[in-house]
Ligand binder design. Structure first.
Ligand SMILES: *Cc1c(COP(=O)(O)O)cnc(C)c1O
Length: 431
């Protein structure tokens, strides 16, 4: 295994740190939990991402989810080029917004109407406002380890970024901003029932239908069934935060695959094809509360941006055409096998969770079903593994608690190579 050189990357870090906080624009990119020199990227194409030193990596970060077709997919590139030529932003509705909304409405049974925003964070904060307006209640139940963007009210027990940095939440969030936030445990319906008994003014339960921000943690059937029963009894809405899972495990949401029936759905990541897009949607009696039809104000100068809409539309059209989902699931199952075999041989404790095109090997002895069990993982071991993979030319998330993603650009040969490298890196852990 030839060690990579990071000369130019080191210079870029030095320069970046002078003018960007920590040298980055989102904390996980600083590699705090794996240590060492963070990557500085020159370009990306297909399954590959290339750093400023010219090192190529198979990319399993995929911009933390959006790049499901790999980088620079020709159909998306062409759509974006054509859109750019027609102007960058209009401040009035264009047909691309209608077409992308139609595609989302057709793919999501719980959604009759959509509002586009610019990020997952914005989608969630708007959905929460809407749920409060619809129910006339103020409190929100979230789950420890689920991340819903960086809005004040939900920066409590919020998964990967915070878990990685071991922050209790965030400074600068006033107590009042989180006083209506209640935290339950994922896969633990009793913890939700207790909160609903203690508080009679819960507007919504928000969850990732398959958690991805404490590493991948699928829900149990019983948990989902109990949530429905509780939501009905307490007249509380269910918000499915599908920002990560939307169009990742099937053409539509993960909610359907786990048997969840949400009232409001949040989207982001894949629906923008790599451009800044978020969306929230629901049935008519909920959505028609949003301005201009209703009293819930929510707006955005660049919302529904024509270039971003074109990228999203081309990405979803290509996914619909290729229907890669069965293959994704087969591959994550195969990769899980590889990891378990290598770990068995090396005598390394590992537990692998996978769902659709998302997978997380936790270096933990017990099954990972919630935030507490995710926290039993050996993060130092993950860091060692991460660097073994970097030096073999594979870019994994620089945190034990971020999901790995597959893209359609990973062909059979590259996937076989990924399996081999993963196997080797795990065997090396005990050397
Ligand atoms: C990424 C993510 C968000 C936040 O989206 P941004 O576009 O980063 O604001 C919200 N919820 C979930 C589940 C996410 O994975």
């Amino acid at each position: 295994m030839s060690k990579k050189e990071f000369t130019r990357s080191a210079a870029a870090l030095e320069r970046a740190q002078q003018v960007l906080v920590g040298g980055v624009n989102s904390p996980v990119r600083a590699f705090a939990s794996v240590g060492g020199q963070p990557l500085f990227i020159e370009r990306a194409r297909g399954a590959w991402i290339t750093d400023v030193d010219g090192n190529d990596y198979l990319d399993l970060v995929l911009s933390y989810g959006p790049m499901i077709l790999g980088h620079g997919h020709p159909a998306v590139l062409q759509a974006v080029e054509q859109a750019v030529a027609r102007g960058f932003s209009y401040g009035a509705t264009a047909e691309g917004e209608i077409a992308l909304a139609e595609m989302i409405v057709a793919a999501f049974a719980p959604i009759d109407k959509v509002r586009f925003v610019n990020s997952g964070t914005e989608a969630v904060l708007s959905a929460i406002r809407l749920a409060r307006a619809y129910t006339g209640k103020d409190k929100i139940i979230k789950f420890a380890g689920c991340y819903h963007g960086h809005m004040d009210a939900l920066l409590v027990a919020a998964g990967s970024g915070l878990a990685t940095l071991s922050l209790p939440g965030s400074r600068g969030v006033p107590q009042a901003a989180v006083s209506n936030t209640l935290v339950a445990n994922y896969n633990d319906a009793d913890s939700v029932a207790r909160l609903l008994t203690q508080h009679d003014d819960v507007a919504a339960i928000i969850l990732e239908p398959v958690a991805g921000n404490m590493g991948v943690v699928p829900p149990t059937e019983d948990f989902i069934a109990a949530l429905h029963k509780l939501a009905r009894e307490h007249e509380t809405l269910i918000i499915a935060d599908e920002v990560m899972t939307g169009f990742r495990a099937q053409f539509g949401g993960a909610y359907e695959l786990v048997g969840l029936q949400p009232d409001i759905v949040c989207l982001g990541k894949v629906i923008g094809g790599g451009f800044p897009v978020g969306a929230y949607g629901a049935r008519l009696d909920i959505m028609d509360l949003v301005a201009p039809l209703g009293p819930v104000y929510q707006a955005g100068t660049l919302s529904g941006n024509p270039v971003a809409m074109a990228a999203g539309l081309a990405t979803l059209s290509e996914l619909q055409r290729q229907n890669p989902y069965k293959k994704f699931a087969e591959r994550t199952a195969a990769l899980k096998d590889t990891i378990e075999q290598a770990a068995g041989k090396a005598g390394v404790a590992v537990t692998v969770n996978a769902f659709g095109s998302m997978i997380s090997p936790f270096f933990a002895a017990e099954k990972v079903v919630d935030f507490a069990t995710a926290q039993t993982s050996d993060r130092e071991r993950y860091a060692t593994f991460f660097w073994q993979m970097i030096h073999q030319g594979v870019f994994l998330p620089p945190s034990q608690f971020e999901a790995w993603f597959l893209s359609t650009a990973l062909d059979d040969e590259l996937f076989a190579g990924l399996q081999e490298k993963t196997y080797r890196a795990i065997l090396n852990l005990t050397k």
